[in-house]
Design a protein around this ligand. Structure first.
Ligand SMILES: [Mg+2]
Length: 219
């Protein structure tokens, strides 16, 4: 009776040195190399710049059609939208525990994301209210304010951090409630900009703009 050889064995018999392999996912080290290349090649910055330019263009169009009933506003997320954690991510080799990530954040030395700063300056110059809505906790307010100022965001109409019941809510839910409150206060949120879909889902913004972030995911 003929024996049926497993495929891997057949290959190694037929081609000698050829390695029979399972169809495995991309190796983690290769993925990390790709993330570094995306950043270091300048493509990450270019992609951010492109999205912010589109957002600015939209804001300009809207400012040309002013409304009497509502005050124009923009909403910016902080991490990977206004400030970059990239140096910390590299130090932690794109990993780290939640404590390590927050410790790094609380150094207060995150560099600016330049295109977003330019949009912020354009908004301020045109009397558009600026609100930061971040997943950072209320306890991080002082360090976050200091970091924003150091990066060039000198003042704002509101800095909203997670507090109370919202500490354990999904980001999309918490951020949506905060935008709803702003609209109830008489603001028209013309732009909402973030690097996560959870920054942008849930409405209460005329247009949303998603910045690239292949580095982490926040549900
Ligand atoms: Mg973010």
């Amino acid at each position: 009776m003929k024996k049926i050889l497993p495929l891997a064995l057949v290959l190694s018999v037929s081609f000698g040195s050829m390695i029979a392999m399972a169809k495995e996912p991309t190796n983690l080290a290769v993925v990390k190399q790709g993330l570094v290349r995306y950043h270091d090649s300048g493509q990450y910055d270019k992609d951010i710049d492109h999205v912010i330019k589109e957002a600015t263009r939209y804001l300009k169009i809207r400012l040309a059609q002013p409304r009497d009933d509502k005050k124009p506003a923009i909403v910016l997320d902080i991490d990977e939208t206004s400030l970059s954690n990239y140096p910390d991510m590299v130090k932690l080799n794109f990993g780290g525990t939640l404590e390590e990530i927050q410790q790094a954040e609380d150094q207060g030395s995150d560099p600016v994301i330049q295109p977003t700063l330019k949009l912020y300056q354009f908004a301020k110059a045109n009397k558009v209210a600026v609100f930061f809505i971040t997943g950072r906790k209320e306890e991080e307010r002082a360090v976050t304010e200091a970091n924003l100022k150091k990066a060039g965001y000198t003042d704002w109409n509101g800095l909203i951090l997670r507090d109370g019941e919202y500490k354990n809510k999904p980001a999309a839910e918490y951020k949506t409630v905060m935008r709803k409150k702003l609209e109830e206060e008489g603001y028209d949120i013309v732009l909402n900009i973030g690097d996560q879909r959870s920054d942008l889902e849930g409405g209460y913004a005329d247009k949303t703009f998603k910045l690239p972030n292949p580095y982490y995911f926040i549900p």
